[in-house]
Design a protein. Structure first.
Length: 305
């Protein structure tokens, strides 16, 4: 099916207390692994490309590969710009066919973040494309950040309500304790802060830096409004493991497909397990729409009610 926007699937996630996975891809095998998982789990999926992926694969290639993958998919697929760096980049990606956008103004002064985000929303809303933006900062693990720094960068619930009011965004990326590019799932999210944000805002919330978050904390956060969960580092780890396993099995191999197929399947298995954890598995109806999950999901989360 053709690409869809992320709007309907995130609204269904908000209503159904599940989350849609947003998986970063840099090459064909990662794209195929992600889409294969979505088909097998009958789950909606957001395929996202970052600045790094655009620099690596090229915007044309990246967009064309995702469009083909979506055409061949049996589930709704959105193509999202991850951590969009400017108004201009958002315009270029919209024109290229992206069906979901993000502006990351978290490093800018608040008023500048508001102004540029609002301008992008005004532009994208002309063609019904949703925009995500970030308030507070989800820091980088490479900067060896401290607990205090992570806490100081967290999203302010009151400012979140005003930011949404003034920009008109469709989803808000919040800083509630995750850190980008952690190589082990050790972080606990600040659920009390998430509850405080949820009490002030009623749009889908986005979790960045999820590779470093404990799964129990992710599941709890979904209960309190996290509807989109970004996953990148974990997929890169699975991809590299496939190559290393291939090399270990046959160092003399000269056919890259023999190793890359292991990478693709490794990525697929990570994505499948995340879709089950997030509760998006089985939410695509025969008419292709996304509906809240069946009862088993809620039962599983019973202890969180
Ligand atoms: O925007 C992408 C994500 O925030 C990915 O974070 O590499 O820690 O999973 P991660
Ligand atoms: Zn991120």
């Amino acid at each position: 099916m053709p690409l869809v926007t992320s709007k309907a699937m995130l609204e269904a996630a908000l209503a159904g207390h599940f989350a849609v996975g947003a998986f970063n891809a840099n090459n064909m095998e990662q794209i195929q692994g992600i889409i294969d998982a979505a088909n097998e789990e009958n789950s909606p999926v957001i395929l996202q490309v970052s600045q790094g992926a655009i620099d690596y694969a090229g915007l044309g290639f990246a967009t064309a590969m995702v469009k083909v993958a979506a055409e061949e998919a049996s589930v709704p697929v959105a193509l999202h710009l991850d951590h969009g760096a400017s108004f201009e980049q958002n315009v270029i990606c919209l024109r290229a066919g992206f069906t979901s956008l993000m502006f990351d103004g978290s490093k800018l002064p608040y008023e500048e973040n508001v102004a540029i985000t609002a301008k992008i929303v005004e532009m994208a809303s002309v063609v019904g494309i949703p925009v995500e933006a970030e308030l507070g900062k989800v820091l980088q693990s490479r900067d060896k950040v401290t607990e205090e720094q992570v806490r100081a960068a967290m999203t302010d619930p009151d400012q979140a309500a005003e930011f949404i009011e003034r920009t008109g965004i469709s989803s808000l990326a919040v800083a509630i304790g995750s850190v980008h590019a952690m190589e082990a799932a050790e972080a606990e999210l600040d659920i009390d802060r998430l509850k405080a944000i949820r009490a002030k805002v009623n749009i889908p919330l986005v979790l960045h830096g999820s590779s470093g978050v404990k799964e129990s904390s992710e599941v709890e956060a979904i209960q309190y409004g996290i509807c989109k969960i970004n996953v990148a580092t974990m997929l890169n780890q699975a991809f590299i493991k496939g190559i290393l396993d291939g090399y270990a099995a046959n160092p003399k191999n000269i056919d890259p497909r023999k190793w890359l197929v292991l990478s693709r399947d490794g990525v697929k298995e990570v994505v499948r397990s995340k879709m089950r954890l997030f509760g998006s598995s089985g939410t695509v109806t025969s008419s292709g729409f996304v509906s809240p999950p069946t009862s088993h999901r809620t039962a599983e989360l019973g202890h969180l009610e």
